[in-house]
Design a binder for this molecule. Sequence first.
Ligand SMILES: [Zn+2]
Ligand SMILES: [Zn+2]
Length: 138
Amino acid sequence: MKNTYKTKAREVIVAYLKEHIEQRFTAREIFEAVSKEDTGVNRTTIYRNLDRLCETGELLRFKEPNREAWYYQYSEDHEHCDKHMHAQCSECGKVFHLEKPFMDSFEEGMLREYGIDIDPAKTIIIGKCSKCRRMKKK
Ligand SMILES: [Zn+2]
Ligand SMILES: [Zn+2]
């Protein structure tokens, strides 16, 4: 039974982020949401589990350009998130998994033309999604 707390923390974090799959949260927001449910999980445990979930690829972690805090978001196809790059909408925060084949040639081009070997797990392209661009025009 010694891992009960750890498992519990992990479960509540994943459950909460799955429920809000299109949103991203800071560690603090996650802690506040989760502690409302009176799970007895403390802040340190939450933070440690967030780190671990990022390592396994179940969560995505990224930094917003204009803010200091890290954001966390649940990743649906978590098995390959360390193998492809991601794009994020700067308006709504939606994350796109860049799994289309043309991204491979982009990576190859970066290596060939600039000598940069991209680390896909750490690379996020920032832009505006089609939904947010449409809203702006109205
Ligand atoms: Zn991904
Ligand atoms: Zn958007």
